[in-house]
Design a binder for this molecule. Structure first.
Ligand SMILES: Nc1ncnc2c1ncn2[C@@H]1O[C@H](COP(=O)(O)OP(=O)(O)OP(=O)(O)O)[C@@H](O)[C@H]1O
Length: 245
C-alpha cells in the first residue's frame, strides 16, 4: 500500500548561526489513516515540523512525500488542500464568520457546501453566533474553532493540529475532539496533534511521535509510549508531566 505521508531525513537549522540544527534526521511514515500525538518539551520544533509539512516553512534538508509523490513535484495549492495546518493562533480573514468559512473554500476552488458548514458550526459549538458577526470581534476560542471549521470544510487527508484546543474551555474542547475523531473514523482523515495536554494525547491518539535530542526520537503506539518509553528522554518527559503509570 502506498503510504499517505512520508518524512525522509528532514532537517531544520536554527535561525541563529548555531552549530546544532533545531532538528535533523527526522524520519516518519503515515502508512494508514492514523491519529498521532506529536509530543516533546517546548522548543523542540514541533510547530516547525508541522509548518514544514504544510509548506509554510521549508526544510534545510530531506524530503516529504504525499502518496509517494515528492513535495517538490506537486502544486503547492494541491498539497495545502490535502495537508492542512490549523495554527495555535488562529488568523481570521477579513469580513464576517460566514465570509471566513466561504472564502477559504472558494480560495481552494471547492464549491461552498452550506449544509456541511452549518452542521460543523453546530457541532463545534458555534451555532449560537450570528454568521454575519465580524470575525475580528470573536474571542480567541471562537476564532480557533472558526479556523478549524475552515480547514474541515476542505476535507483534507491530513490535518495538522497545533495546540488547537489550548484556548478552549472543557466543553468546547470535548466538542472539537469529538468532531475531529469522528472525521478520522468516518473519512479516514489523518490527525497529527501537537499538544502539551498528555491526558488529551492519551485519549485522542493511537500513535506517538516524540521529539527530543534534536530529532524524532520515538515513534510507536500511544499506550506503549506512556507505559514503556524506549528512551530515557521519553521516560523523563512522562515522569515530569506525571502521566506515567
Ligand atoms: N523557521 C524557523 N527556523 C529556525 N528556527 C525556528 C523557526 N521557527 C521557529 N524556530 C525556533 O525553533 C525553536 C522551536 O520552535 P517551535 O515553536 O517549533 O517548537 P515547539 O516544540 O513547537 O515549542 P512549543 O511546545 O513551545 O510550542 C524556537 O526556539 C523557535 O524560535
Amino acid at each position: 500500500m502506498i503510504p499517505i505521508l512520508q518524512l525522509e531525513n528532514i532537517k531544520k537549522n536554527r535561525r541563529a548561526e548555531e552549530s546544532t540544527p533545531l532538528f535533523a534526521g527526522v524520519n516518519a511514515e503515515v502508512a494508514e489513516p492514523d491519529s498521532i500525538a506529536l509530543l516533546g518539551v517546548s522548543g523542540q520544533g514541533k510547530s516547525t515540523l508541522l509548518r514544514i509539512m504544510s509548506l509554510l516553512d521549508a526544510p534545510d534538508g530531506g524530503e516529504i512525500r504525499l502518496h509517494n509523490k515528492p513535495q517538490a513535484e506537486m502544486d503547492p495549492r494541491i498539497w495545502r488542500m490535502n495537508v492542512c495546518y490549523v495554527a495555535q493562533q488562529a488568523v481570521m480573514l477579513p469580513g464576517t464568520i460566514d465570509d471566513n468559512i466561504k472564502t477559504a473554500s472558494l480560495l481552494h476552488g471547492k464549491p461552498f457546501d452550506r449544509e456541511h458548514a452549518e452542521r460543523l458550526r453546530e457541532r463545534l459549538g458555534l451555532g449560537g453566533l450570528d454568521p454575519a458577526k465580524k470575525a475580528s470581534e470573536l474571542s480567541g476560542g471562537e476564532k480557533q474553532r472558526v479556523s478549524l471549521l475552515r480547514s474541515l470544510m476542505l476535507r483534507p487527508q491530513v490535518l495538522l493540529l497545533d495546540e488547537v484546543t489550548a484556548s478552549l474551555d472543557q466543553a468546547s474542547k470535548q466538542k472539537v475532539e469529538d468532531v475531529l475523531l469522528e472525521r478520522h473514523r468516518e473519512e479516514g482523515t489523518t490527525l497529527i496533534w501537537v499538544t502539551h495536554d498528555l491526558e488529551q494525547a492519551l485519549q485522542v491518539s493511537r500513535t506517538v511521535w516524540f521529539m527530543a535530542e534534536g530529532t524524532l526520537l520515538e515513534k510507536g503506539g500511544t499506550e506503549s509510549f506512556f507505559q514503556h518509553p524506549a528512551t530515557d528522554a521519553g521516560l523523563k518527559y512522562i515522569r515530569a508531566s506525571g502521566s506515567g503509570e
